[in-house]
Design a protein around this ligand. Structure first.
Ligand SMILES: Nc1ncnc2c1ncn2[C@@H]1O[C@H](COP(=O)(O)OP(=O)(O)OP(=O)(O)O)[C@@H](O)[C@H]1O
Ligand SMILES: O=C(O)[C@H](O)[C@@H](O)[C@H](O)[C@H](O)CO
Length: 195
């Protein structure tokens, strides 16, 4: 007879690549999904048109603007973890409260039990100058709704509680190196996932 561990489906793992606009979240999370052969959730695709219009006008989102967006991302994570899948997510997730909504993508998450949560975060960090240069270049190329004028508000909002144990990574090293370091970091958790 199969033991209880064999009957229970292996849990998936969600790795959220976070940080301010322009730090490289989308680039890294897409490459991570490719490397892991798993799904990719791009948070920008989950914004309402109202939110996108607001940011395009150079107005930072409020917590009220962000909540339904974060909840839809939480639900997308929950779907995938519920199917035992891994998923790479690109989301700014600047504040602890925002990350707590995303952690609820793990149905078993108890607030504050960061270590056992199946939703993990990697924060990409770069200087304000590097970020501004990247966002300005991207905006000049007409590639993105996010204006460089919002970078300051993003940097002001970014906070990480030391108790969360989030690894902060240098966002100026090549993206493939960030992906490799991330896979190494979560090797054990990924190994327990059914694939
Ligand atoms: N490791 C890296 N080294 C150099 N340039 C990078 C790196 N990662 C991303 N970039 C470049 O920086 C710019 C911003 O990257 P990307 O769009 O992935 O950031 P983002 O954090 O997802 O931004 P946003 O949140 O505004 O969508 C892009 O032009 C991208 O090619
Ligand atoms: O929380 C926020 O202020 C926004 O969601 C932004 O961070 C954007 O999603 C994105 O980073 C811009 O491209």
């Amino acid at each position: 007879m199969a033991g209880p561990d064999l009957l229970r489906p292996d849990p998936g793992l969600a790795i959220v690549v976070m940080g301010v606009s322009g730090c490289g979240k989308s680039t890294v999370a897409a490459m991570l999904a490719e490397a892991l052969g798993c799904g990719f959730v791009e948070a920008d695709d989950y914004h309402s048109q109202t939110n996108k219009d607001k940011m395009s006008r150079g107005v930072p989102l409020t917590d009220e603007d962000r909540l339904p967006w974060l909840e839809s991302l939480r639900d997308a994570i929950r779907d995938r973890l519920g199917r035992g899948e891994d998923v790479a997510v690109s989301c700014s997730a600047l504040r602890l409260g925002y990350r707590e909504v995303l952690r609820e993508g793990d149905r078993n998450y108890k607030p504050g039990s960061y270590g056992s949560c199946r939703v993990k975060f990697v924060c990409l960090e770069a200087s304000a100058e590097v970020i501004a240069e990247r966002v300005e270049r991207r905006a000049a190329e007409g590639d993105h709704f996010m204006p460089a004028s919002l970078v300051r508000s993003q940097l002001d909002l970014l906070e990480i509680d030391a108790a969360e144990g989030i690894t902060v990574v240098d966002a100026t090293v090549p993206a493939h190196a960030i992906v490799e370091a991330t896979i190494t970091q979560f090797r054990e958790e990924l190994a327990s996932t059914a694939r």
